[in-house]
Design a protein around this ligand. Structure first.
Ligand SMILES: Cc1cc2nc3c(=O)[nH]c(=O)nc-3n(C[C@H](O)[C@H](O)[C@H](O)COP(=O)(O)OP(=O)(O)OC[C@H]3O[C@@H](n4cnc5c(N)ncnc54)[C@H](O)[C@@H]3O)c2cc1C
Length: 432
């Protein structure tokens, strides 16, 4: 027996398990989370999306409300919630110990469907994990209460104007003062999401010589000498893309994340969840677009019949559907594998695969966005009305393709990692 369908019944507008079909991955707590987040977004986000888009900002007070609703903790945590955080609220009343990677997936899926609110949390989801994984307990105990209560915000600052994909060559410096108590930071970071409203910048800096070994991660509080200004980008201002300048910014040495020289590895480990999370966004973006395109194709008439009665239009939907479902299945497979691997093995075995998954997410988005736009005709280019979500999705697809590792760079990484694992497996076999 299947359970009743949840949400839209249009083909591919929801993941297949929403339609009541069986899945090995989702339990009652995932369904509960899905239901609660959807209701929360319908109440707190959907009515205001257009207003926020028009104003170019989401009201500041909403962030603390998100904390109270239990959104910030799971967003900062990702695929598991440590027991010491169990006193913070979790949306849907999910218990800390039952939270897993599929809850993370469901949460983001529903937040992205909800609309622009998701852009508030980008800094938290990419900036908090290094703090949790690699910082001292003292630093965690100081910072997490501030950022999980919604009082303060955090972002991740790796990219520089002259250095993006090539993280090894970043030039922002952090030099120790002669008394050894502070770092003094100088340099620039560009395209830092949520930077405009962040209080903390999880920053990759150079504390040593050239190359990867000279890079460290430093948590830099907004303070004297740190300046931010907006960088206007294609997807609009809500995610507050930022240019950050550090001019003799003094940071206590206790704000170093882990040890000096570990920053490159920490950055690479952090990319894996970021890339997976970009795919979560890609999937829901595609589903929202195909939903709106279906609604239109079922009613719009041209040449004496509805669009859906044209075989060429059905061909487009079929091609979109098969790609979305394949992407969903691959994503679920990786989320599942991460559940059962240690963090170390997850990074080692799945770094390259996750890079390729992210590439696939971008490619599917580009395909779906363009096909849906064409199905909508002029409405697909219109910022209001029935094509508005498709127009916005079409505009936002580059934000899924370049940030978090650009398509070409990640394809190459995926192949190099696959060859590395193949060589390791061969060596292990020859030792038998
Ligand atoms: C909207 C937005 C939000 C972002 N948010 C953040 C953030 O929050 N924090 C942060 O630190 N960064 C952020 N970034 C930066 C983002 O991660 C970088 O833009 C991205 O990594 C690419 O770096 P780059 O722009 O310097 O491009 P480059 O590294 O100069 O590369 C440009 C192009 O050259 C090609 N290329 C480069 N190297 C190779 C290679 N080895 N093989 C094949 N092709 C190659 C690729 O086509 C690539 O797209 C954001 C960027 C954008 C646009």
């Amino acid at each position: 027996m299947t359970s009743p369908s949840f949400g839209s019944t249009l083909p591919w507008a929801e993941p297949s398990w929403y339609t009541g079909r069986p899945s090995p991955y989702y339990k009652d707590s995932h369904r509960r989370l899905r239901d609660v987040v959807r209701t929360w977004c319908d109440e707190h986000v959907a009515p205001y999306n257009e207003e926020w888009e028009a104003k170019g900002a989401i009201p500041t007070h909403l962030y603390a409300e998100c904390a109270k609703a239990g959104l910030l903790l799971p967003i900062a945590a990702g695929k598991s919630i440590p027991p010491e955080w169990s006193h913070y609220p979790i949306i849907g009343g999910i218990k800390a110990e039952e939270w897993d990677g599929f809850h993370d997936f469901v949460l983001w899926d529903e937040l992205v469907r909800g609309g622009s609110i998701a852009s508030l949390f980008i800094g938290l989801t990419v900036g908090a994990p290094p703090l949790r994984q690699f910082a001292t307990k003292q630093l965690q105990d100081k910072i997490f209460p501030e950022i999980l209560s919604g009082e303060k915000r955090i972002c991740l600052a790796v990219t520089e104007p002259a250095c993006g994909s090539d993280v090894r060559n970043l030039t922002t410096t952090a030099e120790k003062t002669s008394d050894g108590k502070h770092y003094v930071v100088n340099g620039e970071k560009k395209w830092i999401t949520n930077g405009m409203f962040s209080d903390y910048f999880m920053t990759a800096v150079r504390t040593g010589g050239p190359g990867a070994e000279g890079i460290s991660m430093l948590l830099i509080p907004r303070s004297e000498g740190l300046r931010t200004r907006p960088v206007p980008v294609i997807a609009g201002p809500l995610s507050a893309t930022t240019y950050v300048t550090f001019e003799d910014v003094k940071v206590p040495v206790e704000y170093l994340i882990g040890t000096e020289g570990a920053g490159f590895r920490q950055t690479m480990v952090n990319f894996n969840h970021e890339r997976l999370w970009i795919v979560f966004q890609a999937l829901r973006g595609c589903r929202t677009a195909i939903h709106d395109a279906f609604q239109w194709a079922l009613k719009r008439e041209a040449f004496g019949k509805t669009l859906i009665e044209q075989p060429v239009v059905r061909y487009k939907f079929g091609n979109m559907g098969r790609q979305i479902e394949a992407l969903q299945a691959w994503t679920e497979q990786i989320v599942y594998e991460l559940e059962y691997l240690s963090d170390k093995d997850g990074s080692r075995l799945l770094g390259g695969v996750t890079a390729l998954l992210k590439v696939e997410g971008g490619l599917v988005c580009k395909y779906v966005a363009e096909e849906c736009l064409k199905i909508m005709g002029g409405l697909g280019l219109t910022k209001t009305g029935q094509g508005a979500r498709i127009e916005a999705f079409y505009r936002s697809t580059p934000s899924l393709v370049v940030p978090g590792g650009s398509e070409d760079v990640l394809i190459d990484l995926g192949v190099r990692e696959a060859l590395k694992l193949s060589a390791q497996a061969e060596r292990a076999k020859s030792k038998l």
